[in-house]
Design a binder for this molecule. Structure first.
Ligand code: SF4
Length: 297
């Protein structure tokens, strides 16, 4: 039984319906649908969605993740970058998040396709903030560089949980240090790109471990962090050990802010790409003294 603070009442607005229509007519995928995200109706009604590229079959098997798994991924749609750019342009987005499944079955692990998606969107919609949430590319420098050279504004990669629980929650090809190393490499390759990571709570971690993970992320020069509640997609996935109370999320969020993150989102419904645009715009304005768009307070 979910605690009261996790009950959500999905709203089905016209914007929600038109986005749903567009996504299916263009044959695009979203992590909102694939990962059963509880914020889908709010985000879509707000006119934003997180696209998942490179198909909906992941070559990994993380115990917490609802995405479909297979040793071989789907056939890659070579027109996907153009379709994505068309959807983003037609929705009038000023902030877009792109993520993908892991593609261990591809020579470049999908990094080339990621780069093309970024370039096509930036070509189609000049003034847009592009955030990518990438897999670990098994720490391969050339794959990381291909994405960095496409100049997204934000590169995210989730460590997902604390060091001790990583082998339990994530696929055997993932590792805590490999993920921290990737985030550090991005900054070494291009300091103008913001980096971001996310941690889910409620699978057995304690506060000291969470604070250590936040400190490790700051040690890798990570700018943004999102901390949310793990929700079990099905009985086949790892169990929820605890529904963390909103007050504790607030405390952890304050600690993260004191550690120097440019933005720390912490709350039961926070996901790595939840309301991403606002965070980034605010941080960018502070850091780069840009003119604020009228509606941002
Ligand atoms: S790598 Fe893990 S978390 Fe990412 S989509 Fe695949 S199974 Fe899910």
């Amino acid at each position: 039984m979910l605690p009261e603070w996790l009950s959500i009442f999905p709203a089905s607005t016209d914007k929600y319906q038109s986005i749903k229509q567009d996504i299916s007519s263009l044959g695009l995928h979203t992590v909102c649908v694939e990962a059963h995200c509880p914020n889908m109706s709010e985000c879509w009604s707000g006119g934003t969605a997180t696209f998942i590229v490179l198909g909906d079959l992941c070559t990994r098997g993380c115990g917490f993740c609802a995405v479909k798994k297979n040793a071989r991924g789907s056939v890659v749609d070579e027109n996907e970058p153009e379709k994505l750019a068309r959807a983003v342009k037609s929705w009038g987005l000023d902030y877009v998040v792109i993520t993908s499944v892991a593609r261990d079955d591809m020579a470049d692990q999908g990094s080339g396709h990621f780069a093309r998606c970024i370039s096509e969107i930036k070509k189609a919609v000049g003034d847009i903030v592009v955030e990518v949430l990438i897999p670990d590319f098994r720490g391969d420098d050339e794959c990381i560089r291909r994405v960095v050279n496409a100049h997204p504004d934000v590169i995210g990669h989730n460590i997902e949980t604390v060091r001790r629980l990583t082998p339990y929650a994530r696929d055997r090809r993932a590792s805590y240090d490999q993920s921290l190393g990737l985030l550090k490499r991005v900054k070494e390759m291009d300091r103008t790109i913001y980096t971001k990571s996310a941690i889910m709570l409620g699978i057995g971690e304690d506060d000291a471990e969470v604070i250590q993970a936040l400190s490790d992320l700051r040690g890798s020069d990570v700018d943004f962090v999102a901390i949310g509640q793990y929700l079990r997609p099905s009985a086949r996935h790892i169990a929820v050990k605890e529904y963390v109370r909103p007050e504790r999320f607030e405390e952890i969020g304050k600690i993260a802010a004191q550690m120097g993150f440019k933005y720390a989102a912490s709350g039961p419904f926070v996901r790595s790409s939840y309301r991403a645009g606002e965070y980034f715009i605010k941080a960018t304005v502070r850091a780069r003294g840009m003119q604020l768009p009228a509606e941002v307070p």
